[in-house]
Design a protein around this ligand. Structure first.
Ligand code: SAH
Length: 395
């Protein structure tokens, strides 16, 4: 046996007649978009149209057992079974808030947990999907970042959240009220730091053989990974939301440290470029309202000049507190005043209603269970304790 082999599958392989038989790990078909599925079939000498049949079985019919794919010949089903599987992680916990918001904690194969949230309203059902286990960005007002970071999710793990939510919601009474009409990549993690897996998963969300959502109903939210925003515009045209949260670099460097790498000027250029081919579409600017920090009329005025040349809708998000945070939610009067200034300047500006707070399912409250490989949590706790930038009333 080879002495420098250190992969698990290799170590587990049987030794037959002095030769190691390495069993290749099976391909998880769940995370393949149409192109990848076609390539898979071509690679095993089959016709690419099989991709559409299999995608439909997995995502539309919710079939997990390859042998049940009855329009695929028996011999081919067995061939697929030898090299591929449909592996779905498990739901380890779920709960529903009184406002109908539903949260699932999903346990991945390696023991990490991620969170997915469904937010029903009169007109739509929005699923909030995670893209990473934890987050590297360390935004100061977000509890996901405080848990540290473990790893990127695979495309299978991202789309599994949709697969599980569709099945779980359809079991609930009056499933009509539980239809997923929109998906937002606003759960745990920064989607643009897991670019390929996120784009593949979004392709599956958009595909008519899978979930068939329109490009306006799938939204990617980013803290502003500028180069990846340009790349995104080249490969897809899903809706884009940007977590802005501050109208100047000085404040944004504190709230969203990624701003030090990609300052507002660069971010605004990337925003302008994103929908340059379709002038009718708007970027959503998300702005969390933090009392005494970014919610004053002067901030609204700065925001107006920052955004004046860009087609944007502004979403004001009341801050959702979590243990150990130094921030407070702005009062309703302050939020109303802020909104009025922006609206009078001609901006489309709405306040996002906070949902699912009681079950820790609101924006920025998703923590999952992250095996923090970076040990950042401890460092962050210390650094928060010593911040000099917190406004005096927060110290
Ligand atoms: N990393 C991506 C997506 C995840 S966050 C991004 O930054 O856009 C999804 C949204 O929730 C972002 O706008 C984020 O800034 C906001 N958010 C984070 N923590 C929050 C909190 N405590 N209260 C309200 N909104 C929060």
């Amino acid at each position: 046996m080879s002495t420098n082999c250190n992969t698990t599958s290799c170590q587990d392989s049987p030794l037959i007649g002095g030769v190691t038989i390495t069993s290749k790990p099976k391909i998880n078909l769940l995370g393949l978009d149409r192109k990848a599925m076609q390539d898979f079939f071509i690679s095993i000498g089959e016709k690419p149209y099989r991709a559409e049949q299999v995608l439909k079985w997995i995502h539309f019919q919710g079939i997990q057992d390859i042998l049940q794919m009855t329009n695929v010949g028996k011999a081919l089903r067995e061939k697929i079974l030898n090299i591929a599987e449909i592996q779905i992680p498990t739901i380890s916990y779920e709960s529903t808030a009184t406002d109908g918001t539903h949260k699932w904690v999903i346990r991945l194969m390696d023991g990490n947990c991620i969170e997915t949230v469904f937010i029903p309203s009169e007109t739509r059902g929005t699923l909030c999907v995670s893209s990473q286990v934890g987050c590297t960005l360390n935004c100061d007002f977000c509890s996901t970042g405080k848990q540290g970071f473990n790893r990127n999710l695979t495309s299978s793990e991202i789309i599994a959240q949709v697969w599980l939510a569709v099945r779980s919601l359809s079991k609930k009474q009056g499933s009509h009220d539980h239809a997923i009409t929109n998906i937002v990549m606003m759960g745990m993690g920064e989607p643009l730091l897991n670019f390929d897996a996120v784009v593949t998963a979004m392709n599956i969300m958009l595909d008519d053989f899978c979930y068939g959502l329109s490009k306006r109903r799938v939204t990617l939210s980013t803290a502003g990974v500028v180069p990846a925003m340009y790349r995104l515009g080249e490969v897809t045209d899903v809706a884009l939301a940007v977590s802005l949260h501050a109208p100047n670099d000085e404040l944004r460097n504190i709230l969203v440290p990624l701003n030090k790498k990609y300052p507002l000027n660069d971010l605004m250029q990337a925003c302008k470029a994103y929908f340059s081919k379709d002038k009718r579409r708007y970027i959503t600017m998300e702005y969390v309202m933090l009392e005494g920090v970014n919610d004053q009329p002067s901030h609204a005025e700065q925001l107006i000049s920052l955004l004046k040349d860009i087609r944007v809708k502004i979403n004001l998000i009341p801050f959702n507190p979590f243990p150990s945070t130094i921030y407070k939610r702005s009062s309703q009067t302050t939020i109303d005043r802020f909104q009025k200034i922006l609206m009078e300047a001609g901006f489309n500006c709405i306040m996002r209603r906070t949902r699912g707070e009681k079950i820790d399912a609101a924006c920025g409250q998703l923590v999952g269970q992250v095996k923090d490989r970076t040990r950042r949590s401890e460092r962050i706790k210390k650094s928060i304790a010593s911040t000099s930038y917190a406004p005096t009333h927060l110290k």
